[in-house]
Design a protein around this ligand. Structure first.
Ligand code: DX5
Ligand code: ZN
Length: 221
């Protein structure tokens, strides 16, 4: 498996000093900025859009930015995020009228593309698009808020998706999002994930590096 990536969800960062907080969490040894976009329509919360992504780039953030779209409709915001400096764009298949078209739109915009599965979203959405995916993101909570508990049935779903990725031969990251902590990251990795979103587990601690080092130690076990 490729090197594990830790992706701090900036939903739990300090929005009043976002640029500095994102720099701090990257300096603590994390890999990718996870950027949660919520529209108060597809999910019951409202967060940040392309302008904030642009602002982070202008502030000197060079790490990959992983834009997790929890919006409906999806397509019209994709070019804006690509222009704003997104590296990866993922969306929920239920929120798109034409999944294949949305994936193509992301790729044509120059970004990596992925599908996101809610805890109860069936995996059949993968059936005809494996060759177009750079990332598969399994939600281990229902989307909308940070700080929720990991839903244990995600482990079995991760194992199923890991088997499908390995059988496909495609180069696809398996990302997990929601309730990831120091004390469960090892078993999540054992189930097949190789990219870990963590919001509250990192940002709610005073010293981000301490948490990130503990996560890396768990992943090395
Ligand atoms: C939830 C978001 C997550 C969230 C994770 O809808 O997609 O990225 O911020 O937060 P934690 O790690 O606190 O569960
Ligand atoms: Zn997310």
């Amino acid at each position: 498996m490729r090197p594990f990536l830790i992706a701090p969800s900036i939903l739990s960062a300090d929005f009043a000093r976002l640029g500095d907080d994102v720099k701090a969490v990257l300096d603590a040894g994390t890999d990718v900025v996870h950027f949660d976009v919520m529209d108060n329509h597809y999910v019951p919360n409202l967060t940040i859009g392309p302008m904030v992504c642009t602002a982070l780039r202008n502030y000197g953030i060079t790490a990959d930015i992983d834009v997790h779209l929890m919006v409906k409709p999806v397509d019209r915001i994709i070019p804006d995020f690509a222009k704003a400096g997104a590296s990866i764009i993922t969306f929920h298949p239920e929120a798109s009228e034409h999944i294949d078209r949305t994936l193509q739109l992301i790729k044509e915009s120059g970004c990596k593309a992925g599908l996101v599965f809610n805890p109860a979203t069936p995996l059949h959405y993968l059936d005809h698009v494996m060759d177009k995916l750079d990332v598969i993101l399994l939600m281990s909570v229902n989307p909308g808020f940070g700080g929720q508990s990991f839903i244990p049935s995600t482990l079995d779903k991760l194992r199923q998706v890991r088997a499908r990725i390995d059988a496909s031969g495609f180069d696809i990251r398996l990302e997990v999002d929601g309730g990831v902590k120091v004390d469960n990251i090892a078993e999540i990795a054992a189930a097949g994930a190789d990219m870990f979103v963590a919001g509250s587990a990192i940002f709610n601690q005073p010293d981000y590096k301490v948490v990130v080092d503990l996560m890396r130690a768990e992943l090395a076990k």
